[in-house]
Write a protein of this length. Structure first.
Length: 252
């Protein structure tokens, strides 16, 4: 049998520590010792190399499979995933939810930071005309829907999300796109509440103004003005926070 070698296969000092095995394998992937699509040694071989029990290795592999870093191919072996998976992000994002009651505040703040980062990149790299055309078509569709006096929150949310996902997609960065999609999914229920707040304040024009303003500043030459537009676009999110906190008796 071919000898299994590699720096990451040096013995692990502590026994039965799953997170040490997880760390060793992920470090090997990041350093390039283990490359995407590469088959890793068997659980038995890893256990012998690390100096840990086979069950420990098995639990570490299961953890990395759950995170979308490794994949098990039946009757073939375990491989490093060849591509980015949302599974990598979900444990982190849902972990935030479990940590504290005000998690929705922090997740919306994270979404705003991502919006700023996405728009900053697009501001400097500039959008292709086909992206401008798609953004314009998405916005025209939203405005046409609203002009009919329609106020189905789910429909408005879907059209709003499509606009922002188009901006994320324009970065061409799979990690950014996947993270943004995950954040959008987790905060979707709060988006519904925010849209309800907007409708209650008879501020339907906000839907048009927030998107159009972002497009205008994105095509301009003042990044600070673009950031201001993003901040302005979140005003009803934070208004909804205050109203919910007041109802729930949370400190202001």
């Amino acid at each position: 049998m071919r000898e299994v070698t590699g720096e990451y296969l040096a013995p692990i000092q502590a026994k039965s520590v799953v997170d040490r095995v997880v760390s060793r394998l992920t470090s090997a992937i990041m350093s390039g010792e283990l490359k995407p699509g590469m088959k890793i040694p068997t659980e038995s071989d890893l256990g012998k190399s690390f100096g840990v029990g086979r069950n420990t290795v098995r639990e570490a592999v299961r953890t990395l499979v759950a995170y979308g870093i490794l994949e098990v191919r039946r009757a073939d072996g375990t491989y490093v995933c060849d591509g980015f998976s949302p599974k990598i992000l979900n444990p982190m994002l849902y972990g935030i939810i479990l940590q504290k009651e005000s998690a929705h505040h922090e997740l919306v703040d994270l979404r705003k930071l991502l919006d700023n980062g996405i728009l900053q990149q697009l501001f400097y790299t500039k959008l292709r005309q086909e992206t401008w055309d798609r953004l314009g078509a998405i916005q025209d569709d939203l405005e046409e829907y609203l002009s009919l006096g329609e106020n189905d929150i789910a429909v408005i949310a879907k059209k709003d999300i499509a606009f922002h996902q188009e901006l994320a997609a324009a970065t061409g960065n799979v990690a950014v796109i996947t993270l943004y999609d995950s954040i959008v999914k987790i905060t979707e229920d709060f988006l519904y509440k925010t849209i309800e707040t907007i409708l209650q304040h008879d501020a339907v024009a906000y839907f048009s103004e927030s998107h159009r303003n972002i497009m205008e500043k994105l095509s301009g030459n003042r990044l600070d003005e673009l950031y201001e537009r993003v901040e302005w676009s979140y005003q009803y999110w934070y208004m909804t926070f205050k109203e919910e906190d007041s109802l729930n008796g949370a400190p202001q």
